[in-house]
Design a protein around this ligand. Structure first.
Ligand code: HAM
Length: 417
């Protein structure tokens, strides 16, 4: 092989596209039901936007961004969608033109991670951002939407973990408490956590190693959020209870991006291995819009993103390709003008139609029609062409109708398709 795809990327082949479309269409349907508008921000953004939004000492910014060096500032392939949506919201004054502040996006994201099953360097997000304010109603609506979407795509058996990490002041207080406690246990933490301790102490709570988990559990017993953040969280989970949504409150859930405040959540699914079992995640970010707008717009927001490839691993859908319904087979190249005309008429009826462009033998064309999975073949020989009557072959059996006029031919196909 002279060239192969870059590590950690996938070719979404025709048989996989249908599965992507299945998810995308379901998502569009549900987002529309909740009054969200689709947005398509660029795939490249200034690298500084992500450093500012996600935090310069997060794994994503520190280690995983694909950077393109440019004289007028580094450009990054977007590792996630939130920062770009918020940037576009501020830059285009969407706070005025879209007062609901509810947007969704579907598209590729890029992270230079070590590839493995369910972890890619180019993957796709189905995500949304509800830049709608500080009320618990915003968190609740986003989670209700997520629940409806998961049920719609047949993954209603997902698990929702939820937690609150408090407001900016709480986060500062908590990081102090965590640092004091965890510094005393430094020697017992893994090498990664020893580094995290000094850079971003919250990340120690994320560690998957059992020894660190035990210490993290002790640590979270010492932290608390303020009364207002607690009341916010209580209001969110009370509504989830009323709506019959199952969740687990996980005090160790902190999320790896800096912009989160208050509510954070993660979705897992039993069909995925425990290392890469998050099929989606999200939360509230109350200060990002203000930060990106230089203090001009102060709006709290909540959003989530689902990893499309991980959803597909859970769903395990058999790939399906849409075959042309009708193939026109013809005896020789001199009949091409009739073929083109008939194909035009069939397509005008909304029926997919294909014909061989290489003028091969009728036998070869019939074989090709079989391989393509066509339902019908219209056969045009010299005789049919001169008499204006055609033959229609049904591929599933050996049924063949001869002597059909053009009108009858088109009616027959329309009726059966
Ligand atoms: P995130 O947790 O970084 O959140 O990504 C969301 C989901 O994307 C993950 O749960 C996972 O399913 C999928 N994902 C992440 N990295 C990879 C990868 N390398 N390969 C395959 N799938 C992956 C965010 O990106 C936030 N922007 C979510 C959000 C929106 N928060 C508020 N609004």
């Amino acid at each position: 092989m002279l060239f192969t795809r870059p590590r950690g990327t996938q070719d979404v082949l025709p048989s996989d596209v249908e599965s992507h479309l299945f998810l995308e269409n379901a998502a569009r349907r549900i987002f529309n039901l909740f009054g969200f508008f689709e947005m398509r921000a660029p795939i490249i953004e200034s690298a500084a936007l992500f450093a500012r939004s996600l935090g310069s000492v997060t794994d994503v910014v520190e280690k995983q961004m694909f950077i393109i060096k440019k004289e007028d500032g580094d450009i990054a392939l977007r590792p996630e969608g939130t920062a770009g949506v918020v940037r576009a919201y501020v830059e285009n004054g969407l706070d005025k033109s879209f007062p609901s502040g509810k947007f969704f996006y579907i598209g590729p994201m890029f992270r230079g991670e070590r590839p493995q099953k369910g972890r890619l360097r180019q993957f796709h997000h189905i995500g949304c951002e509800s830049i709608s304010g500080a009320m618990p109603a915003v968190d609740i609506e986003v989670i209700l939407l997520l629940d409806m979407l998961m049920k719609e795509i047949g993954l209603g058996d997902y698990q929702l973990k939820i937690n609150t990490i408090g407001c900016e002041q709480d986060k500062l207080n908590i990081s102090k408490v965590l640092y004091e406690f965890l510094s005393g246990k430094r020697e017992s933490l893994c090498d990664d956590c020893q580094r995290r301790l000094d850079k971003n102490v919250f990340r120690v709570l994320d560690c998957k190693k059992n020894s660190c988990k035990a210490i993290a559990k002790e640590a979270v017993n010492r932290i608390n959020v303020c009364g207002r953040c607690k009341a916010h969280f209580d209001a969110v989970v009370a509504e989830l209870d009323r709506a019959g949504i199952n969740y687990i409150i996980d005090p160790l859930l902190v999320r790896g991006l800096d912009y989160y405040t208050r509510t954070v959540f993660e979705l897992t699914h039993p069909n995925l291995s425990s290392g890469q079992d998050a099929i989606g995640a999200g939360g509230r970010y109350d200060n990002l819009v203000s930060e990106i707008s230089g203090g001009k717009i102060d709006k709290g927001a909540v959003g989530f993103a689902l990893g499309v490839e991980r959803l597909l691993l859970c769903l395990n859908r058999a790939g399906e390709i849409k075959c042309p319904q009708v193939v026109v087979a013809y005896q020789d190249a001199s009949l091409l003008h009739i073929v083109i005309d008939i194909a035009r008429q069939v397509r005008a009826k909304g029926i997919s139609c294909d014909y061989d462009l290489r003028h091969r033998s009728l036998k070869a064309q019939m074989r090709r029609a079989g391989k393509l999975g066509a339902k019908y073949v219209i056969i045009i020989g010299e005789q049919e062409a001169s008499s204006g009557s055609f033959t229609l072959k049904e591929m599933s059996g050996s049924k063949q109708i001869t002597g059909l006029s053009r009108e009858n031919l088109l009616d027959k196909i329309s009726l059966k398709s």
